[in-house]
Each structure stands twice: as C-alpha cells, then as structure tokens.
Design a protein around this ligand. Structure first.
Ligand code: SF4
Ligand code: FES
Length: 324
C-alpha cells in the first residue's frame, strides 16, 4: 500500500487512491476544497482546479517534485509521495487566483440565492476570495430557464463543473443535456429541459455546487438556516427512499438527498420522493440530521442548543459537586 504524506501527516492508502481521497481519509483542516469532484460520480473532477496541491516529492523511487501544481482529485498517490496543501504559500496564492476566476462571471446575488448557506462557492470565496474584483469587462449573463415544473436553471451562476452532466449521464437513462461551445462561450445546453421526464433528474439540484440549478418547489420559501433538517425514509420502489426533510414548523419545505461531510449526496433519490412527498405523514422520521458545525445551517439548531445545554449542565454539576 503506498504511503503519502500530506502537510506533514502520513497515511497508507490502497493503490489507485487520489491525493484528495487520501487527504479526506486523514481528515481535518488540510483537506483541499473540491467544487467539481463528487465521490459518487465516476470521472468527475479535473475541471475547476480548486483542489490544486504541490507535490514536493514525487515518490521514493523518483523523489523529484512535480514541475507544476496538480489537481489533487485527479492525481494518484505514489509510495513515498509528499504533498503540500495549506503549508504551501504557492498553493494558497494559486487557489486565490482560481477563486478570482470562478467569481469573474458569478453574480454576487447571495442575498437572494436559494443556495446561500450551502453554496460551496460562497464558502470558498469567504475563505480564499479577494475583497474586490479586478475585472472590468462585460460579464456573461443568461436568462433563467424553467426545466419543467421542478428545476430552475440560472446559467449566470454556473461554474462549469460538469457534475449535472455526469448525473444525467450516469444516473438517468438518457442524457439530453450537456456543455455547449468552448471557453467563455460555454453553457449548459437548454436541452436540459427534456431531462425532467426522467425519474432521477432532480439529483442535478443536489450536485450543483452553486445556485445554478435550484428546486422550483423550494425557491424563495425560506433561507436554509431557518429550516430544520431531519433524516427520514419511506418505502420507495424506485430509490432507497432515504432522504433529508427540511422542515419549518410542521411543513416540509423541501426534500433532498442526505449529504456527507463533504457536501456530496450519499444516495440518489427519485423525483417522486423529492418533489411529490411533501407531507410529514409520507415519511418515517428518524431524527435530526447532523450538520457540520462550521455551516451556517447549524446555527441555532436544536442539536447545537442541546449539546450546549448538556455542556452547561455538566459544568454546573461539576461546580456544585466541588462546593460540597
Ligand atoms: S449547472 Fe451547476 S452542476 Fe451543472 S455545470 Fe453548472 S455549476 Fe455545475
Ligand atoms: S475538484 Fe479537483 S479540479 Fe475540481
């Protein structure tokens, strides 16, 4: 098993593991961000360049460093490889450049965007973005398109990550949309309108890292951080039926896949579960969904409040015990 060292932490991984996957196995602060790679989608990654890292030692056999920064989602680990992510000023500088490019055409409409609060670009911009833009030229703008009754395409927000194309390719049985044109003329084809006939097309919403593909049944209903995510399931003949319900009071505002700690869908769900089962009685509720504490969605959530209360009570009990 090849051994790789990332920012000073070593791990042995199975053959064929990429640097990004190895970093995720180590976990913690040094995992490179990823906008286009998705662990459940084959051949994803290699488009956005946010996951770039420096390979300061190629391997034990050939210790020469790699001449350029490499995308960690597409670079396989070699035995003895040494990688720098957060410890390399060169990587951090290059990542700031990538974010600047991604934001050139992306509108700063977070206050009205449904993806705000769970947008990977928002987090990335916050962590690596510049306060001002240096771009003076005209930006790309597109009209919003309704893709059937359930999905809205807002191309102006798209960052060309190809995840939705991979979903249509690999999860639905007939792909009818894709990327048209090249360079700054690229766009997701409007043939995407046809994909709605497929039972699993709604998954494009969950994989879109920005607000380019949003759920029309949820648009403008609530900010995500005001909703309550609950794990739930139902007997479904088309998919696993395992979902996250986003509730406000007794109302189910939206249904999504369950996302792992990298924000990637654990299992795909069908359109019936996602769009047509919006009543709490349609579901067996399992309990609160764990949300990463760094996410704005977790703010003021009962899970955190309960944990804090528990901590406070334990503290008070300790103080009382020491006074006795
Ligand atoms: S619409 Fe979303 S998922 Fe599709 S390429 Fe654009 S950013 Fe990626
Ligand atoms: S996540 Fe690696 S290039 Fe996009």
């Amino acid at each position: 098993m090849p051994k790789v060292t990332i920012d000073g932490q070593s791990i042995e991984v199975p053959d064929g593991t990429t640097i990004l996957q190895a970093a995720r196995m180590i976990g913690g602060e040094n995992v490179p961000p990823a906008m286009c790679y998705h662990s459940k989608l084959k051949t994803s990654g290699g488009y956005c360049r946010t996951c770039i890292v420096k390979v300061s030692k190629g391997s034990d056999k050939d210790p020469r460093p790699m001449p350029k920064l490499v995308p960690s989602c597409r670079t396989t680990v070699m035995d003895g490889m040494e990688v720098q992510n957060n410890t390399s000023p060169e990587v951090l500088e290059a990542r700031r450049g990538v974010v600047e490019f991604l934001l050139i055409n992306h509108p700063l409409d977070c206050p009205v965007c449904d993806q705000a609060g769970e947008c990977h670009l928002q987090d990335l911009g916050y962590e690596n973005g510049a306060a001002n833009t240096r771009y003076d030229f005209k930006r790309r703008k597109f009209k919003q398109i309704d893709i059937g009754p359930y999905i809205k395409l807002h191309m102006t927000r798209c960052i060309m990550c190809f995840r939705c194309v991979k979903v249509a390719d690999q999860i639905t049985d007939n792909r009818v949309h894709g990327m048209l044109n090249r360079g700054d003329a690229s766009e997701i084809s409007t043939y995407i309108e046809n994909v709605i006939s497929n039972d699993f097309s709604g998954n494009v919403i969950d994989v879109c890292p920005v607000g380019a593909l949003t759920d029309r049944t949820f648009r403008f209903k609530s900010r995500v951080w005001f909703t309550k995510p609950m794990d739930a399931h139902r007997n479904c003949t088309k998919c696993s039926g395992k979902v996250t319900l986003w509730e406000k009071g007794e109302e189910v505002l939206r249904v999504t896949t369950r996302k792992d700690k990298w924000g990637e869908s654990e299992e795909w769900i069908c359109n019936e579960c996602r769009f047509e089962k919006k009543h709490i009685n349609d579901w067996v509720v399992e309990g609160p969904r764990h949300i990463d504490p760094h996410s704005v969605i977790s703010l003021n959530h009962y899970e955190n409040v309960a944990a804090k209360l528990k901590l406070d009570i334990a503290k008070q009990q300790k103080q009382l015990a020491s006074k006795k």
